[in-house]
Design a protein around this ligand. Structure first.
Ligand SMILES: Cc1cc2nc3c(=O)[nH]c(=O)nc-3n(C[C@H](O)[C@H](O)[C@H](O)COP(=O)(O)OP(=O)(O)OC[C@H]3O[C@@H](n4cnc5c(N)ncnc54)[C@H](O)[C@@H]3O)c2cc1C
Length: 394
């Protein structure tokens, strides 16, 4: 193939035409990759362990960097229909309930959005079906051979490329990386959805000593709640552990009345232990690649887990489409992605410290935010331009 004439656009056929690609994991990253690759002519099958594609989970913030890729894949309208456009990020004093500052998001292009994880999965799955992707459910892949082949109920699958989009407990990551033990960060997070709409389409960050809570509205008059507490007690990692709402309320017993009102409406909640995982050294080997949480589990303090997975998926498809050799494309993919992901994860880790301050440090930090909000509100968002302004479609 003539490299100079080759298309690199994500939605046009290039070298991916007729490639047989298996994707393990039908989450946000896996489905985005499936859609992008199928649009380029690849024959894509997704193997998802769950019996249905109807996702569990609460809200997700789709920031402009992730939205750019989804828009390029033709999903702008579907996203608009299923989400709420965010107007601002509003840091709050979680002890007094007072607003500390307000940083506008309305000018972000593409828009910053709040969406339910299930709605995002649904619209991706529907676009995948239209693009000819085969989604095989109830298909847990427990082992991968070094050549990327694996066993299913139907027999041995031998694709040209196997992509591990199998999340934080990825089996594919271990196939191409040495074992790396995650460690407990000393923080746990509850997530819940309550029927208590915020009057404004804003993300509020309620800051308290050793705790913080993020709330934002979701379509249908709901509010998404993620509440984080620093504690030495270990809690296991994963999205499926339920907890008593009373434990969540007790953790925020000295919070402002607004927080108590929100938490009083919680009927069901999930608790998960927050673990730090090193970013994988190898994102590909031979005909195996990984993306999203499988390559870099991300703490939820910068709302980037889903956005980085979407970016990965887009760049992987484009890099492969532009390269005559699989290895060249996969190498270009890792080179384009790893540095950015390390930076984003570092920024997320720092946020937890900043939200949980106490005493004098807390006073100084809140005063700084207050002044910034009054004098130069754009400075705050400009400092995140490297994150939100990144354009994987460029
Ligand atoms: C159940 C669940 C709920 C979540 N809820 C939220 C939330 O409320 N808010 C938020 O910000 N983020 C949430 N996340 C995380 C967020 O969706 C991810 O950080 C982000 O989307 C990265 O996507 P991913 O595709 O890399 O991984 P994931 O979204 O984790 O998707 C991985 C997929 O792979 C499947 N899978 C795993 N192992 C195998 C296997 N061996 N064989 C076949 N399939 C396999 C899983 O069932 C899952 O569908 C949730 C994740 C999950 C799995």
């Amino acid at each position: 193939m003539n490299a100079a004439k080759r298309s690199t656009a994500t939605t046009e056929p290039g070298c991916n035409a007729d490639r047989k690609i298996a994707i393990i994991g039908g989450g946000i990253g896996g489905l985005t990759a499936a859609l992008a690759l199928a649009r380029q002519g690849a024959e894509v099958t997704v193997y998802e362990q769950a019996p249905t594609i109807t996702a569990v989970g609460a809200g997700i913030q789709i920031t402009p960097n992730g939205a750019r890729a989804l828009h390029d894949l033709g999903l702008a309208q579907a996203l608009d229909d299923a989400s709420i456009r965010a107007q601002a990020v509003v840091p709050m004093d979680g002890l007094t309930g007072r607003q500390v500052a307000r940083f506008g998001l309305a000018g972000q292009a593409p828009p910053y959005r709040f969406i339910h994880r299930a709605a995002l999965i649904d619209l991706l799955a529907s676009a995948c079906a239209d693009a000819g992707v085969t989604i095989t459910l109830d298909a847990r892949i427990s082992e991968l051979h070094p050549d990327g082949s694996f066993q299913t109920a139907e027999g041995l699958v031998r694709p040209d490329l196997t992509i591990g989009a199998d999340g934080v407990k990825s089996v594919v990551r271990g196939q191409i990386n040495r074992d790396a033990e995650p460690f407990f960060t000393g923080q746990v997070a509850w997530r819940a959805i309550v029927k208590q709409p915020d009057a404004e389409a804003v993300a509020r960050i309620w800051m308290l000593p050793d705790r913080h809570m993020v709330t934002y509205p979701l379509p249908g008059g709901m509010m998404n709640v993620v509440a984080v507490q620093a504690r030495s007690q270990w809690a296991s990692e994963g999205w499926h552990h339920t907890d008593e709402p009373g434990n969540l309320r007790a953790a925020f017993a000295n919070a402002s009345w607004d927080i108590k009102g929100i938490l009083g409406a919680v009927e069901d909640t999930n608790l998960w232990g927050l673990f730090r995982h090193p970013v994988a050294e190898n994102w590909w080997q031979g005909s195996i690649a990984i993306l999203g949480d499988a390559a870099h589990p991300t703490l939820p303090f910068l709302a980037q887990g889903a956005n980085l997975a979407i970016e990965d998926a887009y760049v992987l498809a484009r890099s492969l489409n532009a390269a005559a050799q699989l290895g060249t494309g996969l190498d270009a993919y890792q080179t384009a992605r790893r540095g950015r992901v390390v930076r984003a994860i570092g920024a997320a880790n720092a946020n937890a410290r900043n939200y949980h301050l106490s005493g004098v440090q807390r006073h100084v930090a809140h005063t700084g935010l207050r002044v910034l909000g009054r004098v130069a509100p754009t400075v705050f968002m400009n400092r995140l331009r490297w994150l939100y302004g990144h354009d994987v479609t460029a």
